[in-house]
Design a protein around this ligand. Structure first.
Ligand code: SF4
Ligand code: SF4
Ligand code: SF4
Length: 339
């Protein structure tokens, strides 16, 4: 009888959606159970870190690590699972690019703690207590993971074999990877080359069913600002003034958001050719706004007016990829209170 492979799944700095996505593969999970034993999955089973520490190096066939690396525990577990695993997959946008937790790189961990424990209205904390990494309680010393100042991607901390983007990864891409592993185990077929991204090499616009007319837009809209019935369901959202990250984003999700009239927010990350997701989108926007020297019919004031209509530029252009971008984090000038 074929020896089963061993799978581990860990949840770093993320929302847990990636763990749930693995359950979304439905009956396919039976196929997984046929070829694999799950040896560590904190969300779904009672396994302790000391169990992983006791495993021989390389014991786990594949670790799916979701979430970014935000604190000392995330880093310790990432390094431990790397040591114990033959294959490590950065599973989901947080692990691949830092994801939404990575937006915290616009500020410092001190400012994050100050806001959460002192300023949000629902927090009752009259003594202004902050979490401490070590605390002497009557029962003994208690420890909490140390919150890092900078959110990191998984491959900024350990060597990663494969990247599966998506917030969370789609069922189709998870199945594609599991099928490849199953075929490798049962038939000896080769796995994807190291470093492969389990998605498409094209841009989302290439797989999007909408018609692009490359119109020059004069106003930027949020999706809800266009009254129902006035949004053309077959015309590109950018052509209708809605900022859609499709031109800069890797395909592979089946244009899920576009199919429900929502713009792409970029969860599959940049294409291989793009150094920086936000920069790549800004460059695409320049052509949508027709801002090149030869093309623009707009005055400087009109250009500033148009660009200023983009609310939350950081969240628009770097919602999932700030730690992986060229500018990985903001720098705080000490003493001036500026980030
Ligand atoms: S990639 Fe999305 S679904 Fe997965 S942990 Fe991060 S925020 Fe959650
Ligand atoms: S910009 Fe968005 S809506 Fe337009 S073609 Fe690309 S993915 Fe589709
Ligand atoms: S359309 Fe964009 S944001 Fe939506 S699932 Fe696809 S890549 Fe992610």
């Amino acid at each position: 009888m074929m020896e089963k492979i061993k799978i581990a799944q860990y949840w770093g700095a993320g929302c847990g959606g990636c763990d749930v996505a693995l359950l979304d593969i439905e009956e396919k999970i039976l196929g997984v159970a046929e070829i694999a034993d799950i040896v560590f999955w904190p969300l779904a089973m009672d396994a302790k870190l000391k169990d992983v520490e006791a495993m021989p190096d390389g014991y786990i066939t594949t670790t799916l690590y979701n979430g970014a690396v935000r604190n000392s525990e995330n880093e310790y577990v990432a390094k431990l699972l790397r040591q114990k695993s033959k294959i490590v997959v950065a599973f989901g946008s947080c692990a691949c690019f830092g994801g939404i937790p990575g937006l915290a790189n616009i500020t410092t961990s001190d400012d994050v703690l100050d806001y959460v424990y002192h300023k949000i209205p629902s927090m009752y904390n009259p003594e202004g207590t902050l979490p401490q990494p070590e605390y002497e309680a009557p029962e003994g010393e208690l420890e909490l993971p140390v919150l890092y100042d900078t959110v990191k991607t998984l491959d900024q901390v350990i060597d990663v074999d494969y990247f599966m983007p998506g917030c969370p990864p789609t069922v189709e891409r998870i199945n594609e990877f599991l099928d490849a592993v199953e075929k490798h185990i049962k038939e000896g077929s080769p796995l994807p080359p190291k470093g492969a991204v389990i998605a498409s090499e094209k841009t989302l616009c290439d797989e999007c069913p909408r018609r692009r007319e490359y119109r020059q837009i004069e106003r930027v809209y949020l999706p809800h600002e266009i009254p129902p019935g006035e949004l053309d369901p077959e015309l590109c959202l950018l052509d209708q003034g809605i900022i859609c990250m499709g031109p800069a984003t890797r395909a592979g999700c089946g244009a899920k958001c576009i199919q429900v009239n929502q713009p792409c927010r970029g969860c599959f990350g940049p294409t291989r050719a793009a150094l920086d997701h936000g920069g790549s989108m800004l460059s695409a926007l320049a052509s949508v706004f027709k801002l090149s020297e030869n093309e623009t019919k707009l005055s400087e004031d009109q250009i500033i007016e148009l660009m200023s209509q983009i609310r939350d530029p950081l969240g628009t252009f770097y919602e999932f990829t700030m730690p992986k971008g060229l500018i990985k984090r903001a720098v705080k000038e000490k003493g001036r209170g500026q980030t």
